[in-house]
Design a protein around this ligand. Structure first.
Ligand code: PEP
Length: 254
């Protein structure tokens, strides 16, 4: 059975104290209210990772993740953070290929393939984001774009390595816009992604791959989205910054 995950992406929000206080609320609520098998991942800025991982000890439903990692193991890359450093904080996951990284920092599929390799080598589980822009959807290129991102970013892995990935489908036009893909639109792409994984790695790997939806997900639309057969949870931006909003989404799996 593949894992059901709701992951929060705080992006560049929350100073140190704010982050700790938000996270404390989240773990308390998870502990008190979450009865299902879903797993919660909180992807914070780097400055919080170690403290959050410490607070999360003993809560087996909650893990910590970073939002980026450098592709090199170590070296003269002033200001950068390596996968090994992230792992040493106690974090288990790392978001790679978020559309904001692709758009503002020029991250390409080729670079992301290297980042995925380095993350896996350092025992981090990548949450690999893929998704089309509005223009690509309007010109009906979305399937082709998703396929290329998947192939170029992750299909160089062997089956065992690929099995450690979480895929997040995030249509760029839905991120932070308040416009959510309909559950039918999201399911169509998730099913397509799973079929591509079947073609490359076989049925078993595909059935075990967690595929998250991200893009203006909230407590109102989560139920419908999470009810789709190929949607295994969500990557949540804006709504992960308020503990109640985030927990209401997590609880949609109960
Ligand atoms: C995201 O940034 O990954 C995201 C899904 O953001 P939002 O939920 O705010 O659309």
């Amino acid at each position: 059975m593949r894992k059901k995950i709701v992951a929060g992406n705080w992006k560049m929000n929350m100073d140190y104290e704010e982050g700790l206080s938000l996270f404390s609320e989240v773990i308390n609520m998870v502990h008190d209210e979450v009865t299902g098998k879903q797993h919660v991942v909180v992807c914070s800025p780097f400055i919080h990772l170690h403290s959050l991982a410490h607070l999360a000890k003993g809560y087996n439903k909650v893990s910590i993740g970073a939002q980026n990692a450098h592709q090199a193991e170590s070296g003269a890359y002033t200001g950068e953070i390596s996968a090994k450093m992230i792992h040493s904080t106690g974090a288990e996951y790392v978001i790679l290929g978020h559309s904001e990284r692709r758009q503002y920092f020029g991250e390409t599929n080729e670079l992301l393939a290297k980042k995925i390799d380095t993350a896996l080598k350092n025992s981090l589980k990548p949450i690999f984001c893929i998704g089309e822009t509005l223009k690509e959807r309007e010109t009906e290129k979305h399937f082709e774009v998703i396929k290329t991102q998947l192939e170029e970013g992750s299909f160089h892995l062997d089956a065992e390595q690929f099995g450690k990935l979480v895929i997040a489908y995030e249509p760029v036009w839905a991120i932070g816009t308040g416009i959510t893909a309909t559950s039918a639109q999201a399911q169509e792409i998730h099913m397509f992604i799973r079929k591509e994984i079947v073609k490359k790695y076989g049925q078993e790997v595909a059935e075990n791959t967690t595929i998250l939806y991200g893009g203006s997900c909230n407590a109102k639309n989560a139920c419908d989205l999470f009810g789709q057969p190929d949607i295994d949870g969500g990557l949540i931006g804006g709504a992960s910054l308020k503990s109640r909003d985030f927990l209401d989404i997590v609880k949609e799996f109960n």
